[in-house]
Design a protein around this ligand. Structure first.
Ligand code: GDD
Ligand code: MG
Length: 321
């Protein structure tokens, strides 16, 4: 089995962090998030993954050169952003049989084998994994029959309603790509799925209660870390707080159990941190206070400064007091 992982978005909602780090490479529990996505795919028998992006491409090359283990990765340069369908179509020469597509910012322990069997049993051309939410507005709302047949796909609905939304994991047949024009921006959510449904093609949806979160906003990125610290993600346990290699905490500092410190980060005397993620080599000066925040790599919070509910860019500096 092969999979296309969509990694080419600009991660606008996570700026300024994503000005230097592409969203799929932001650390999650001190590992690049993409490493987590790739090991989930490998765990379900995916042997080859195709990736493409035109945004911060060199960062991906660095990550790919440094990694080991499966699955194999084929990189395609996307000359300009081609959208979610355009990116998959751009990989079509590598896709001979049934394949997976996953959004590169989704944290889930979805059973891909069960999704694939469901797809095959129904003879679908496309199967979309679903997850329930209270407010569908940030997502793609899917309406379906009891047997899973999709009746409608509405990306970013305007009304605040609960429902089953597109979880960003698909099984597709190569035929789906036939009508996607090459080299132009095409959205799978706004164009390809509505078009397939209009033409009466068998598009199915697979409801699931697996752990699921889209990490694309600061609130969700932080919440996913808190979930992981509480052991809610795939049953995996972590030390709390999670302290990266070479990180240091002054004995008079207070670091909550709801904190992740990246490698080489340091918390100075009398400083306090709660509900936060500090990336590698962050420095908190004496008496600094950090709460509800995400601090990019090498950020410096000078003595006595207070940072709450904030997202700080790589190498940001918060002046003293
Ligand atoms: N290669 C490539 N090229 N990838 C892209 C492009 C592009 O032009 N545009 C977006 N992507 C990637 C992003 O990097 C991300 O991994 C994925 O496609 C989805 O884009 P997002 O920008 O994160 O979309 P969203 O979160 O607003 O909505 C999508 O995900 C929801 C679930 O998390 C949609 O698929 C919704 O329908 C869905 O509910
Ligand atoms: Mg997203």
């Amino acid at each position: 089995m092969k999979a296309v992982v969509l990694v080419g978005g600009e991660g606008t909602r996570l700026r300024p962090l994503t000005e230097t780090i592409p969203k799929p490479l932001l650390p999650f529990m001190n590992r690049p998030f993409l490493a987590q996505v790739l090991s989930h795919l490998a765990g379900h028998g995916v042997e080859e993954v195709i990736l493409s992006s035109s945004y911060l491409e060199s960062e991906f090359h660095e990550f790919l050169e440094g990694r080991g283990g499966g699955p194999g990765v084929t990189w395609i340069t996307e000359p300009q952003p081609l959208g979610t369908s355009g990116a998959v179509a751009g990989a079509r020469r590598y896709l001979e049989g049934t394949f997976f597509v996953v959004n590169g910012d989704v944290l889930t322990d979805l059973d891909l084998g069960a999704l694939l069997s469901f797809h095959r049993d129904r003879g679908a051309v496309a199967t979309i994994a679903l997850t329930p939410v209270d407010d569908a507005r940030p997502f793609g709302l899917v309406e379906r029959e009891d047997d899973g047949r999709v009746l409608a796909f509405r990306e970013k609905p305007t009304d605040r309603i609960p429902g089953e939304i597109n979880a960003g994991t698909y099984v597709l047949e190569p035929d789906v790509l036939q009508r996607v024009p090459a080299g132009v921006m095409v959205s799978i959510e706004r164009e390809t799925y509505p078009d397939l449904i209009d033409r009466g093609e068998p598009v199915f949806a697979f409801p699931s209660d697996a752990y699921w979160r889209d990490l694309g906003t600061p609130e969700a990125y932080l919440a996913a870390h808190l979930d992981a610290l509480e052991g809610e993600v795939g049953g995996r346990r972590y030390e709390r707080p999670l302290v990266g290699e070479g990180a240091s905490i002054d004995p008079s500092a207070a670091v909550g159990e709801d904190v992740v410190m990246g490698p080489g980060a340091s918390v100075g005397p009398g400083a306090s941190v709660r509900r936060s993620v500090l990336h590698r080599q962050v420095i908190l000066g004496e008496g600094a206070v950090v709460e509800g925040s995400i601090l990019g790599p090498r950020t410096v919070v000078e003595p006595g400064a207070v940072v709450t509910d904030s997202v700080l860019a790589e190498a940001a500096r918060v002046p003293a007091e």
